[in-house]
Design a protein around this ligand. Sequence first.
Ligand code: MG
Length: 155
Amino acid sequence: MRIGIGYDLHRLRKGRKLILGGVEIPYPKGLFGHSDADVLLHAIADALLGAANLGDIGKHFPDTDPKYKNISSKIILEKVYRLVRKKGYKIENVDSVIIAEEPRLAPYIPQMKRNTSWVLKIKPDEISIKAKTNEKLGYLGQKQAISAYAVVLLQ
Ligand code: MG
């Protein structure tokens, strides 16, 4: 068994789509980044890489590479899990939390879980996604950014 932790944060900007867990969520702002800036999938990808001791997402998908411009993070996550499987590991379970003051994410979580379990080819019961606010405090609470944490257990 091996455990991994992942964390990510992206700034909110006007003129960007808000994509979390592969779901496009209606909101006046979206996350700014080189890819689609899906913080949840990035945190899960980093947790997977960490558990397998394969470095981090920046090493495998540098944001200086035009090939990854606006890439769907579902592709990133799928490629990351392929590397992990190549090392002989498979996912036991994933737990995660998104920290966003707005919008309310609860209605989108079932679809995020379906997307993520589909990308990773794991059972829906093996992926947990939670959401919370930052109680209006700091840059997360002031809606300047959204962040996510994930932990992964591999066997
Ligand atoms: Mg990221």
